[in-house]
Design a protein around this ligand. Sequence first.
Ligand code: BGP
Length: 460
Amino acid sequence: MKYAFPQDFWWGSASSAPQSEGESLSFGKSATIWDEWFRLQPERFNQQVGPQQTSDFYRCWRDDIALLKRLNHNSFRTSISWARLIPQGRGEVNPQAVAFYNQVIDEMLAQGITPFINLFHFDMPLAMQQQGGWESRAVVQAYAEFADVCFRLFGDRVKHWFTFNEPIVPVEGGYLYDFHYPNVVDFSRAATVAYHTMLAHALAVRNYRARGQDGEIGIILNLTPSYPRSANPADVQAANIADLMFNRSFLDPALRGSYPQELVALLRQHDQLPPCQAEDAALLAQGVVDLLGINYYQPRRIQCRDSLVNPDSPFMPEWFFSHYAMPGRKMNPYRGWEIYEKGIYDILTNLRENYGNPRCFISENGMGVEDERRFEQNGQIQDDYRIDFIREHLQWVHRGISEGSRCLGYHMWTFIDNWSWSNAYKNRYGFVQLDLASQQRTIKKSGEWFAATAAANGFE
Ligand code: BGP
């Protein structure tokens, strides 16, 4: 076989509690920031579809796990909803949630599917947001308690934990670019949120290790390789700053246990360093992960700014660079994201060459497409574009592995078409098509292709 993958390679897909469970205000679950934002501004959500309308994993978990099995998944990632497990964010545990997650984990194991469990997927409980969200040190502590409850309740069976999915996204969305609640635009608040998130991560890692459970703990980062427009030093420096701000601000603490000095110096120079306490550095040093999840969708194309910054304008990352569209680039027009398959290989190479070749896996990669019904023939969506997308990314992953990268698996985003952050059901990503009204599931052509690839552990 031309593209054979290592033995025990993780083949699967990823999802999250808020995007799949439904029942977002029932069975003891309290509101998250998404329920609240939908209540306040439903017009922000595509066709006014909010987080209550999903593929209803809360009820359909048994059938859905059977479908995962049918797609030859040997592993699957989802998340535990903090607002479902501990509705007030702190304190009392919801027994209905415990029963639900126990059933899900047990059924996955019974079907031979290894559960990968993530603890935070953009879904801050509203009760915690009302106390300041990630701007508050008390919330950092509350998150660590929630993580500990999860380790205690489920850690006998879950062996692959993740503290956060894409922790930079709530920073960008909620505090810089206005696409998540609480939709403020303020760099210094954003920096505090980012910093506290990594403190929360490190606390959870430290506490997990203190339990001595037999398993591993990691984090899932969306890495966006930052390519300069030219070899001109100004473009290279601009790309370097974008890399520091959007990748290394999380990657370095996760893999090295500390922030890049260059980033610290830059923020200090502009008086944007978040408030630190004396004991933080030692805590961050304990947050180095056992396993890194890599979400890869698109690269970042960077050039130097062509105009001077107005020093009276609010401080923003864009003080240091501009984006540009690479001529001839391949695009996913529905999501507006560039498709650049080699980026996934460049990430693996960077990790190997500059970060000591950590154990890692591709935890998300995927292609959201609008109005997929157009591609239906004889009752099945013929999503050859998605098969090509996966195959071309996997070829680069394969090359990275053959050069020595310790990439242990590939999880696709996502299993069943799911609800997405304000886009709702506009872009479909699933191996399985969802009819939202009837809740009917139909495997797409890509799902069949993936099942065959997983069974063969590779492809020609
Ligand atoms: C990632 C998130 C997922 C998922 C995916 C697709 O950033 O981890 O939750 O939603 O992107 O993005 P979107 O749904 O915004 O198109």
